[in-house]
Design a protein around this ligand. Structure first.
Ligand code: PLP
Length: 404
């Protein structure tokens, strides 16, 4: 009889989003007249910018003509896109990343889940707590996390780095040495950002201790402050210890189109084995790249007009962030994030748990957010609202919360 990968059986069910779904459905059924506003999910609501639509149309036309038809895309991505990324996301910021160190993919979710495959199953991972769930779940599937304790919501072999109000949602360097460290800045779910000096400390630690940092920069486009780095490669020495993940989802509305990229520098080595070569081998075999049409749309993101239109889109969501942040403050809440990130993280009032607050917000204001405990034990007592709704709904939701 065949056997399954029983690591999959260890995964607890998707408690967070299924519970949210059930609660919202039950409320809607009981109150069909009530309009529900969803500020819980990380999906965007604004349509693709005209410059992206034009690029997609043009590429579709090319695909229908013999001379300009494209079949399989190159394993690592088309040069036109990798060159645009290297120029705009790295060279323009003084980072030494070459086009051939960039691997184009179908998004940061796939890459953040898949990247662990090139590391030994014996490696210990460290994650922020609370955390984007993909990092832990993909390591569970690989058999790297030990046993799950439902009482604490933690895995025995994972090093959790608490991010709380007390440490400004910036974890301390781990006391126990990990092999792989997952960092995400600007952060989902807390909306926290990191200064260049603070990130440099992580890079120094990783180089000193022989760790790899997997740095998720999915929300980089939302950075507004000067001293916040857009890339880990702005830090000295990051080429020998860091992999960086990027997405086109949050800056350009590609959540349904799918495009991202991962940087694995040639200097990142384990002994004399190049991680770049391993990831290239993996990409060549289990390709999760993007079609020609989508890569042309990605190229348009870096055109002058693309930059202008997408800056406006990011500004639209950041205006929502400001509405949420200031509205909640006015209403007396303790609020974090929302400055360099499209997430607002708030302290639940009094001793309310994050699920109690979820129920209260749904039942009294018809607003859906995400309970902080769903992102990890240190998220208990916090709540996430996202800036990705429409402006009108965001304003309406905050008016309702203020009226509570
Ligand atoms: N990384 C983080 C931290 C995220 O929050 C998300 C989506 O919510 C992703 C990656 C997914 O990015 P993509 O849409 O490119 O797969």
């Amino acid at each position: 009889m065949f056997k399954i990968n029983d690591n999959y059986l260890k995964l607890p069910g998707s408690y967070l989003f299924s519970t949210i779904g059930k609660k919202v459905a039950a409320y809607s059924a009981a109150h069909p007249e009530k309009e529900i506003i969803r500020l819980g999910i990380g999906d965007v609501t604004q349509p693709l910018a005209p410059v992206i639509v034009e690029a997609l149309k043009k590429a579709v036309e090319e695909m229908g003509v013999q001379e300009t038809f494209h079949g399989y895309a190159p394993d690592l991505g088309y040069e036109f896109l990798r060159n645009a990324i290297a120029e705009n996301d790295y060279r323009a910021r003084g980072c030494e990343i070459a086009a051939d160190e960039i691997f184009v993919s179908d998004g940061a979710k796939s890459d953040s889940g898949n990247i662990q495959e090139i590391f030994s199953v014996d490696n210990k991972i460290a994650v922020c707590d609370p955390v984007y769930p993909v990092y832990v779940d993909s390591n569970v599937m690989a058999g790297r996390t030990g046993t799950y304790d439902p009482a604490t919501g933690t895995w025995s072999d994972v090093i959790y780095m608490p991010c709380t109000m007390e440490n400004g949602f910036s974890p301390e360097l781990p006391k126990k040495r990990p092999d792989l460290i997952y960092l995400c800045y600007p952060n989902n779910p807390t909306g926290a950002s990191i200064t260049k000096d603070a990130l440099q400390e992580w890079v120094n630690y990783a180089n000193r201790e022989g760790c790899v940092i997997i740095y998720d920069a999915a929300y980089e486009a939302y950075i507004a402050e000067e001293n916040v780095p857009h890339s880990i490669y702005e830090c000295e020495g990051a080429r020998t210890c860091a992999i960086e993940l990027h997405s086109f989802s949050k800056n350009a509305g590609f959540t349904g189109v799918r495009l991202g990229y991962t940087v694995v520098p040639r200097d990142l080595k384990c002994g004399d084995v190049s991680l770049h070569a391993l990831w290239a081998r993996r990409h060549g075999t289990k390709y999760n790249g993007a079609p020609y049409i989508v890569q042309r749309a990605g190229e348009a993101v870096y055109s002058d007009e693309g930059k202008r239109q997408l800056k406006a889109q990011v500004a639209y969501y950041m205006k929502n962030a400001q509405v949420i942040y200031e509205g909640l403050k006015e209403a007396g809440y303790t609020v974090f994030g929302g400055v360099n990130a499209p997430y607002i993280w708030l302290k639940t009032p009094g001793s309310m748990t994050s699920w109690e607050f979820f129920d209260r917000l749904l039942e009294t204001a018809g607003v859906v957010g995400t309970p902080g405990s769903g992102f990890g034990p240190s998220g208990e007592g916090y709540f996430r609202l996202t800036a990705f709704g429409t402006y009108e709904n965001t304003v309406k939701a905050i008016e309702r919360i203020k009226a509570l």
